[in-house]
Write a protein that binds this ligand. Sequence first.
Ligand code: ATP
Ligand code: MG
Length: 458
Amino acid sequence: MAESEPIRILVVDDDPEQRDAVAAMVAAKGYVPETAQHGEEALEKMGTVPFNAIVTDLFMPVLDGTQLLRTLLERGDLTPAIVLTGFGDISHAVSIVHDLRAFWFLEKPVQPQVLQALLERAIRHESLSREAAMLQRQVGYRGTLLDMVGESSAMQQVFALIQRVAPSAASVLISGESGTGKELAAQAIHKLSPRASAPFVAINCAALPEHLIESELFGHERGAFTGALTRRAGCFEQAHRGTLFLDEITEMPVGTQAKLLRVLQDGKIRRLGGISETSVDVRIVAATNRQPEKAIEEKRLREDLYYRLNVFQISLPALRHRKEDLSSLAEVLIREMNAKHGCEVDGIESEALAKLMCHSWPGNVRELRNVLERMVIVAREGTLRSQQLPPTLGVPQVNLPASDAPTGSVFKFREGATLDEVERAYIQFTLNQIGNNKRRAAKILGIGERTLHSRVAE
Ligand SMILES: Nc1ncnc2c1ncn2[C@@H]1O[C@H](COP(=O)(O)OP(=O)(O)OP(=O)(O)O)[C@@H](O)[C@H]1O
Ligand SMILES: [Mg+2]
């Protein structure tokens, strides 16, 4: 993903001539320039998309270059910054590099080749340190990201995306079937972000009646509507400096979506029944178990809101498309259930695991979690066995015992077959699998050789 993304450079300068000149040098190098007139606008833009580097002037109104760098440093934002300084002001420049961790400084007037060479180095530096950080985390966890388990390449890609987007304040839209871990992913984004110490507030847009959702989101003043006995801060205020998780965003009334969009654009909210506006600094992560593009077509999701939220899209794969994750998921979930219910189950038999593999998991990880929870409670200790699988799992197949299984292939039969039919078909299947060796077949089937002969004769 990183390879195909454009390289974005933020140029911050209050002098329009110089700003445009620097932006042109950036564009001439093949990078995508964005501009801001001062530090505050720069922070705003950095909140919506991640930049690969910043070029900033020092003296600007509202929020100057030094304050901008200090804010980034405090936030733990590692975007490399190249600072434009006055000619001959070396000691100041050095202190900026040293104290405020600027990548480097550049004396005015800016020489295009020098700026371009510096940018190239800064971008390389940024991508290397990002890779290093990611590798370090992968070595540390291998197959997991915080509470998320997933060794499959599909999940590894999801983990990489989460790590990539978490440090910025960019909005994220998470899509995926029910139970695929959307809320878990949203929490991971929050925990890996500089906002981790501020609140993570979740609101389920589907669970709230239409008349309540706006007061939940924006809060209300006392007497704003019948029943509003006290003033109340909404989710936006509660999530200030943190992350607001808008679950099932496509179920939010379209009118509320328009109001939400306005808040996201202005960064200001007004409580219901209130007059004054309050600024809020909130990172939005939204989720849906519908396909966003389809939801737009069906007019459930406003297109403008979609574009605002969809700065980054993370799509969680269904469990049936990553069955290689089942075994490590089962391991982690069994441990969790042991702790929850005071049990001492030590794992799951390969035969039972094989049966889990054959299920299509329409309810994804949540369904798996429920199945294993039930099995752990029933077993209490020892190893989970296929007899303990819930009958609802269907299991329309029989596996050969691992020791004798020649190919590990799966025997299937149609629902509604009689036991007699299944038995005959399974005997035939076993014989086919092992090249008609009746002695071995009898052993696998757990019957005497003579019984087998008579069944075959039938
Ligand atoms: N990759 C994973 N590793 C470990 N546990 C997971 C993983 N994905 C999901 N789970 C667990 O599965 C359950 C469902 O996850 P979650 O609530 O995040 O799903 P969801 O996509 O938000 O579902 P829904 O659309 O129904 O709200 C939770 O108990 C969660 O901890
Ligand atoms: Mg959810």
